[in-house]
Design a protein. Structure first.
Lengths: 274, 294
């Protein structure tokens, strides 16, 4: 499969004329000449969990940061549309105000502020009366945050920090929640419970764009996904389609035989597969 | 004997209060934008001269005081938005921005000399330097009491602003992690601009309370600026409580050095203390090293 002429994939219903987020032929460069994204196109539908998988350096984080408006003067080419409206080139604060909430790989917590203060900052700019309810939702999902409300964020464990980051993100009432490797650095059991929380969040109708290296976890919750390698989308489809792909089974899921895996990996480095 | 110690200690606290106001402003700006503001003293000088003009034209002291705060704050905010933000957009590094503050300092000095002249003048001030009160064996002038009160009120107001308000929370968040604050929709530029304004206004308070103790000339804030800077380094450049602690230690130390050693040794001792502290604790008394964040 090629990157640019996108397969319609498992696009369902089509209730709204626009996908929630459309990334069209986006090119992002570092230092004006190093390509990080080489014409990436994706469409994320309202309400789904969409995962972007790929190895280190594939451009996954760059993609999220480009969408969030955190990279100055980027994307160089292409368009990003949110609910049909162009948002590329916007200031990060303006993108955030649209309800696009980005949780970076380092979780973006204020380590010297307390858990309660971190959550309060998640409520920045909100004046509606749903605040109480949303706080209850977050504390219900992660009761540990209530216990640790007065502690500084840096005293939390990795899993608790991820929960705080997710909880704070939810207080922003995200239309699109962008998560960068929420399982990073967590013990498998903790990662599992973070992913259970993602399920809970998704059931509230929140659209999630999930970047992961842990393909098994991500494909377990995602409806659709894409594989990004060296700044290009090399495969896109439903989770089932992606899981059925031979290359994915071998390289991302480790489902091949040992023999095939070793041989495959050697070949993988030599041969262009996609 | 004891009286003499207390007397000089008190004088030191009074000077320390002024250093604290200067240091708090420097730390506030350093913490939030990582820039050392070399124009801090000159912004205060300019604003104090505004007070001088207003008071000479028979405006009341509160009006003059408020006008000076506004002028100082406005210069800080204007410099942040008009120069620093633009420089940052063009890719200026921190050193470049520090040099820009030096440029601002020189520009303000020029403006002050051009408008008010370089002749020392005295600021008509409602609080007297010669009216004194006696507590036991210790004599305090009205001005020293007012200076200490100004330092205390300034520090407490800043504490309340930073620790108890939403703007303060946003300031703390922004100074710790700008990117995270941006992604939460916090208007970080506005928050940083206001930090510059508040910091400059604190320096102005120091200028106005210092001016009546000496004569007003275009360079009268140079010494307190250096002391405030030293106090901030002593306390830890990123710690607001550290700025106050460092300033009081510095004020008392130099006053006692003047009393018990020799007056020529006043400044030397203060900086000796700083050198020793920094050799033992490079991050300052209450400072924390900035962690690298990628």
């Amino acid at each position: 499969m090629r990157s640019t002429p996108r397969e319609p994939g498992g696009r369902g219903g089509g209730a709204s004329p626009h996908p929630l987020l459309k990334v069209a032929s986006v090119e992002t460069l570092y230092f004006d000449r190093i390509y990080a994204l080489f014409g990436v196109s994706l469409e994320i539908e309202e309400g789904e969990i969409f995962t972007v998988l790929g190895p280190n350096g594939a451009g996954k984080t760059t993609l999220l940061r480009t969408i969030a408006g955190l990279l100055k003067d980027q994307p160089k080419k292409g368009e990003i549309l949110f609910r049909g409206r162009r948002i590329d080139g916007w200031q990060p604060e303006a993108v955030a105000r649209l309800g696009i909430v980005y949780v970076p790989e380092d979780r973006g917590l204020f380590r010297e502020l307390t858990v309660a203060e971190n959550l309060e900052l998640g409520l920045w700019g909100r004046r509606d009366d749903g605040v109480r309810k949303d706080l209850d939702f977050v504390y219900g999902m992660f009761p540990i945050l209530k216990e640790r409300a007065r502690q500084e964020a840096e005293t939390l464990s990795g899993g608790e920090q991820q929960m705080l980051a997710l909880g704070r993100a939810m207080l922003r009432r995200p239309r699109l929640l962008m998560l960068d490797e929420p399982s990073l650095g967590l013990a498998p059991r903790i990662a599992r419970s973070v992913y259970d929380a993602l399920g809970t969040i998704s059931r509230t109708g929140t659209t999630i764009l999930l970047v992961e290296q842990n393909a098994r976890l991500a494909l377990g919750v995602a409806r659709r996904g894409a594989i990004l390698e060296a700044g290009r989308v090399v495969l896109e489809g439903t989770s089932a389609e992606i899981q059925a792909n031979e290359n994915v089974r071998e390289v991302y899921l480790g489902l091949g035989t040992e023999e095939a895996a070793v041989k495959g990996w050697r070949l993988y480095r030599k041969r262009r597969r996609w | 004997m004891m009286d003499r110690f207390l007397q000089y200690g008190l004088t030191g606290l009074s000077a320390g209060s002024l250093y604290a106001l200067v240091a708090l402003g420097l730390v506030l700006i350093y913490r939030s934008t990582r820039v050392l503001n070399f124009a801090h003293g000159d912004i205060a000088t300019l604003a104090t001269f505004v007070s001088y003009s207003l008071l000479s034209n028979h405006y009341s002291f509160p009006v003059a005081f408020l006008a000076s705060l506004l002028v100082g704050g406005a210069v800080g905010i204007a410099f942040y938005f008009g120069v620093l933000v633009k420089a940052q957009r063009e890719g200026a590094n921190l050193l470049g921005m520090v040099i820009l503050t030096l440029g601002l300092a020189l520009i303000i000095q020029g403006v002050v000399v051009w408008w008010w002249g370089a002749e020392p003048v005295s600021l008509p001030f409602p609080i007297s330097d010669t009216t004194t009160y006696r507590f036991g064996g210790v004599v305090v002038s009205q001005l020293s009491l007012a200076t200490m009160a100004a330092g205390l009120v300034g520090s407490v107001l800043l504490y309340l602003l930073v620790q108890r308000t939403r703007l303060g929370l946003a300031m703390r968040a922004t100074s710790e992690n700008v990117m995270a604050a941006q992604t939460l929709g916090i208007p970080t530029r506005l928050v940083l601009g206001l930090s510059w304004g508040v910091a400059s206004a604190l320096g102005v308070v120091a200028g106005i309370f210092l001016a009546p103790a000496l004569l007003l000339d275009p360079f009268f804030m140079l010494d307190p600026f250096l002391k405030g800077f030293a106090a901030a380094v002593l306390g830890g450049l990123n710690s607001l409580p550290g700025a106050v602690v460092g300033a009081l230690i510095l004020g008392v130390a130099e006053s006692l050095a003047g009393a018990y050693l020799t007056i020529q040794f006043k400044n030397t001792l203060a900086f000796l203390i700083i050198i020793v502290v920094l050799l033992v604790r490079p991050e300052g008394l209450l400072g924390k090293e900035f962690k690298e964040r990628v």
